[in-house]
Design a protein around this ligand. Structure first.
Ligand code: DGL
Length: 276
């Protein structure tokens, strides 16, 4: 029986994390689940993001996952803590759910020189204050400015991310965040959809500013986690298989995901509400 690692996102963004994880840890089996039918999560309330995320986690558990990565900052910001503290002990204390915020923040001190950071994320991630709070815990001297970019996820989900219309929204938010603190030398793409906008972002970014994508950081952190937790690692099956599930049309998911991952994939449609 397969015990894959579950990777969850509201839509396509988590594929940017999956790609890096598979590059680093190709031996494991993975299930990717995108809740495309209900994406984006970015402007949804705490309760709704929590409810949807919990449904996804339970679905992945039912499919055999022992370990689930919330490859979504919005879900990590709004649902991870409650799931870890309240739900997991009741569902199965042996299973694990991890997010993407801590692995990203942990490594920031190695990237910034000025210790002035800009965070770009969805409205939900920014309003939750998760990044400034986590940064304050690990690096109290670091100065953080945040900018919500509510149009960026819809641009990706609707395949408009490399079209000319996207430039307006990208330029606007890059200029806004850099104006907030002239000492910022590092911008964090704190949403797993944003790496798809990277070419456009770089167009409006002064050359000396570093851009942090999470994929590699999360992959390194997962490798380290599995190393430190052999009891979890030994439970993850190793056939190098990856399967894709979506709550929207499977054809649409397969064609978009194939584009993002630059390889053909097949997807299956599932229903999270009816314990499908
Ligand atoms: N990829 C999700 C994130 O990292 C996007 C959230 C959304 O659906 O708005 O925040």
């Amino acid at each position: 029986m397969m015990t894959p690692i579950g990777i969850f996102d509201s839509g396509y963004g988590g594929l940017t994390i999956l790609e890096q994880i598979r590059k680093r840890l190709p031996q494991y089996d993975y299930l990717y689940l995108g809740d495309n039918a209900r994406s984006p999560y970015g402007n949804r309330s705490f309760e709704v993001v929590y409810e949807f995320t919990l449904q996804a986690v339970q679905w992945l558990f039912r499919r055999g996952c022992r370990l689930v990565i919330l490859a979504c900052n919005t879900a990590s910001a709004k649902a991870l803590r409650t799931i870890q503290q309240k739900d997991l002990p009741a569902i199965d204390p042996e299973r694990r759910v991890l997010g993407v915020i801590r692995p990203t923040v942990e490594r920031l001190n190695k990237i910034t020189g000025s210790f002035h950071i800009g965070i770009l994320g969805t409205q939900g991630t920014i309003t939750s204050q998760s990044y400034p709070l986590e940064i304050e815990k690990l690096f109290p001297g670091m100065v953080v400015e945040c900018e919500a970019c509510p149009m960026w996820v819809p641009l990706v989900e609707n395949n408009e991310y490399d079209k000319p219309g996207a430039d307006y929204f990208v330029k606007q938010h890059i200029e806004n965040v850099l104006r907030k603190d002239l000492l910022i030398d590092t911008l964090v793409l704190a949403c797993t959809h944003y790496p798809l906008l990277e070419n456009k972002i770089r167009k409006y970014l002064p050359g000396e500013i570093r851009l942090v994508s999470q994929g590699q950081l999360v992959a390194e952190s997962l490798e380290d986690y599995l190393h430190r937790h052999p009891e979890i690692a030994s439970e993850c099956s190793e056939n190098g298989i990856c399967r894709f599930y979506t709550t929207e049309s499977e054809e649409k998911f397969a064609s978009m995901a194939s584009m993002f991952l630059k390889g053909k994939i097949e997807a299956e449609r599932v229903n999270l509400e009816n314990a499908g």
